[in-house]
Design a protein around this ligand. Structure first.
Ligand code: NAG
Ligand code: NAG
Length: 380
């Protein structure tokens, strides 16, 4: 009997609670995710995605109907959804597919209306699960940008708690693996709007979501043309506009590191320099530069650098790259900055990284390939 107790306590204990022995979070397979913008369907169909480079691919985006709060799709969307899951899982049965609800330009007030009430939440949640099962997705993602005050942050919490309960119940009754539930969130866990401090519900997030996709980008852009900027700076000693600051805020809010996935942009931001001879990060500028309102995809940055024979610089201070020629200046993530960020994410114990957006990579998947290789396989 004593021997049995000994065995149970000292031999089986590590098997049951491996994390408490190691003093670390349980090892979970890394997340190497990317969003696929569904509006590139014609030029970049799901069949063009290299599924060896990603563990999770997100269909972006869907929105519920603004009156019924359920998902109702035109035939073209139905076709795109089936094409997405069928072609990805056929190519690589181990890749997981999710659809993302919302997006940067979506109706934030609609989310607030849905999330404010138990029964409207349930209609939305049930419809999301039905849609996922119908089209063979492995999960759903909420990209509500952003709950705008303390009340809406509470709605956000209520929504994900109820969603998780419903997902678990559905998995039980159908004997299927539960759907994944993730959310794309702001780079920091709290921010000020009109003097009000609003914080994401860290406890509800930790309990209800598989992980959050932390949007570690867009720190600078066309809204401020006075200076160039590293729009996805890992570090910035002078301001709170850095991924280091944002991730630290999430960690101190209490979200476990292994529930955080770090966003890396596959696009750059451009400015027009005030003085072509002053061209560092933070150099005086007068307007946006080349691209679509100062935005270039990685493949466009490559093309710009080649065509103009631009000078390319790696900025070790912010962990970013920039290139310039005459008064044109572009800040972006290169192979070097991306792999450094991936190594950083792994070193601090995050679950993985994700890209916005996979179709912006070069034709030979330069960034996605180097990122995938930079994550060290540390399985024992
Ligand atoms: C719902 O969406 C339609 C079409 O976009 C729009 O015309 C209408 O005003 C919206 N209704 C509400 C209540 O937001
Ligand atoms: C960053 O600092 C500015 C100025 O102090 C403040 O207005 C803003 O809310 C801060 N942002 C975050 C995410 O902490």
């Amino acid at each position: 009997m004593a021997l049995l107790k000994f065995l149970l306590c000292f031999l089986l204990f590590p098997l049951i609670f491996p994390s408490s022995i190691a003093g670390a979070a349980p090892m979970l397979p890394p997340v190497k995710a990317a969003y696929w913008p569904s509006w590139v369907l014609e030029t970049f169909p799901p069949s063009a995605i290299d599924t060896a480079l990603f563990t999770h691919v997100y269909f972006a985006f869907l929105m519920p109907d603004n009156r019924s709060f359920a998902f109702e799709f035109p035939d073209t969307t139905v076709a795109a959804l089936s094409q997405f899951t069928t072609s990805l899982t056929r190519k690589n049965p181990s890749v997981k597919t999710l659809f993302s609800i919302g997006g940067g330009g979506s109706d934030s007030d609609l989310f607030a209306r849905i999330a404010s009430d138990t029964s409207s939440r349930q209609i939305f949640i049930d419809s999301s699960i039905k849609t996922a099962r119908k089209f063979g997705f492995h999960g759903v993602d909420l990209d509500w940008e952003f709950p705008k005050d303390t009340t809406e942050m509470k709605y956000f919490a209520d929504l994900i708690i109820q969603w998780r309960k419903t997902i678990d119940r559905e998995a039980k009754t159908t004997s299927r693996p539960p759907l994944l539930l993730t959310a794309a969130v702001y780079y920091a866990s709290e921010f000020l709007t009109y003097g009000e401090r609003r914080s994401f519900p860290a406890e509800a997030i930790s309990k209800s979501l598989d992980w959050i996709n932390v949007m570690c980008f867009d720190y600078h852009g066309s809204w401020d043309t006075s200076a160039t900027g590293a729009h996805a700076a890992l570090f910035d000693p002078h301001t709170n506009l850095s991924s280091h600051y944002g991730l630290r805020s999430w960690i101190s809010a209490g979200v476990p590191r292994n529930k955080m996935v770090m966003g890396i942009p596959l696009y750059g931001k451009s400015w027009t320099l005030k003085d072509p001879n002053v061209h560092g990060v933070g150099a005086p500028a007068t307007a946006v530069g080349p691209g679509d309102n100062g935005i270039l995809t990685y493949v466009q940055v490559q093309e710009f650098n080649k065509r103009t024979a631009a000078t390319v610089v790696y900025d070790i201070r912010t962990v970013s790259a920039y290139s310039y020629v005459e008064s044109s200046w572009v800040g972006y993530d290169s192979v070097q900055s991306t792999t450094t960020k991936v190594e950083f994410a792994q070193a601090i114990g995050l679950r993985g990284y994700f890209f916005w957006a996979l179709s912006y990579d070069s034709a030979d998947w330069e960034i996605s390939t180097h990122a995938s290789n930079a994550w060290v396989d540390d399985r024992l």
